[in-house]
Design a protein around this ligand. Structure first.
Ligand SMILES: C[C@@](CO)(OP(=O)(O)O)[C@H](O)COP(=O)(O)OP(=O)(O)OC[C@H]1O[C@@H](n2ccc(N)nc2=O)[C@H](O)[C@@H]1O
Ligand SMILES: Nc1ncnc2c1ncn2[C@@H]1O[C@H](COP(=O)(O)OP(=O)(O)O)[C@@H](O)[C@H]1O
Length: 273
């Protein structure tokens, strides 16, 4: 079985409180971004070992800690799964705020559920996903949601950005999620995200913000430079995604976003949501 785990964008992000478990409460709207990896999951002979092979962008850390393998081990602890051969072709930049690793984990759970006819409903898969990472559960249903608590509890949002031209720029700068959280002090949300997102996209610039962007831009000025470049190129809305370092621009009304002159080491996704 071959699946294509996608990434996500955060529309607004507020760190609202410190939790007793050491994590932070947040409020954000997550939307799927069709920048994808490719993940193959094949059943392997009963007497063989489970394997993971990797191509594409190198992933920091030991392959044994890869979220695809962790997803398999999580289900194997509860179900009589045969060994599998996993192959991940990594495309989505890492440490980008695009949730690429979380998407791989959730798609691995979904693929194993389908391949071995486990018949687990979405809420059960979401509970497994939550154990792998705070934003993993979003990728089970993979549709726009208002996310709160650890970013793993959802409410539906009436938001349809389908077809909106979008440019995502990753300045080859790995910002770890833990480092980003350590730089932000929880506070009352600056804006009411659900109300703001019901207004026309052209108003979002002054009505939606990302707390990580404010905290990280003084340390990484390139983030502010890319955002300014996106606005100069005509974006109606531009922001850091999640804890960065990817910055995106939305260009409603265009068939495709404009192309920008950027350093060769940057990775870019241009297309329609
Ligand atoms: C910031 C967000 C926003 O969507 O996305 P990314 O920028 O990583 O894509 C998410 O909250 C990232 O979720 P995820 O990447 O799954 O984080 P986890 O693996 O669960 O946690 C990594 C580390 O981030 C911190 N963390 C994460 C989530 C949260 N609600 N509070 C936290 O304090 C903790 O220090 C934790 O050890
Ligand atoms: N399949 C995977 N893809 C990407 N990162 C992975 C994967 N499995 C484990 N990781 C670990 O997760 C970390 C961050 O993953 P990712 O979701 O891409 O971050 P972010 O959402 O902050 O961009 C990486 O540093 C990496 O060590």
């Amino acid at each position: 079985m071959l699946v294509f785990p996608n990434a996500k964008l955060n529309l607004g992000l507020y760190i609202t409180g410190q939790r007793p478990d050491g994590f932070r409460n947040l409020e954000s709207v997550f939307v799927p971004l069709p920048w994808t990896d490719a993940l193959e999951v094949l059943p392997a002979p009963a007497d063989s070992e489970t394997t993971l092979t990797l191509t594409g962008i190198p992933i920091p850390g030991e392959p044994a800690t890869n979220l695809c393998l962790r997803a398999y081990e999580l289900l194997k602890a509860d179900f009589d799964l045969p060994p599998v051969q996993l192959h991940l072709h990594k495309v989505v930049p890492i440490g980008a705020g695009l949730g690429g690793g979380s998407g791989d984990a959730a798609f691995a759970l979904r693929a194993l559920n389908d391949l071995f006819a486990l018949q687990l409903p979405s809420d059960t898969l979401e509970n497994y996903a939550r154990r792998l990472g705070s934003d993993c559960a979003f990728f089970i249903q993979n549709k726009p949601v208002f996310a709160y608590e650890k970013g793993d509890v959802f409410e539906p949002v009436a938001l349809d950005l389908t077809g909106t031209a979008c440019l995502v720029i990753y300045p080859s700068l790995h910002i770890s999620t833990a480092e980003a959280y350590s730089r932000v002090q929880p506070r009352t949300p600056r804006h009411d995200l659900r109300t703001a997102l019901r207004q026309p996209l052209e108003t979002w610039r002054d009505a939606i913000s990302n707390d990580f962007e404010e905290a990280l831009t003084p340390h990484y000025p390139v983030l502010g430079e890319i955002k300014a470049q996106l606005y100069e190129a005509g974006a109606a809305y531009a922001s850091l995604s999640g804890s960065g370092s990817a910055v995106y621009g939305l260009f409603p009304g265009l068939e495709m976003p404009p192309s920008l002159e950027l350093p060769v080491e940057y990775q870019v996704w241009a297309g329609r949501l």
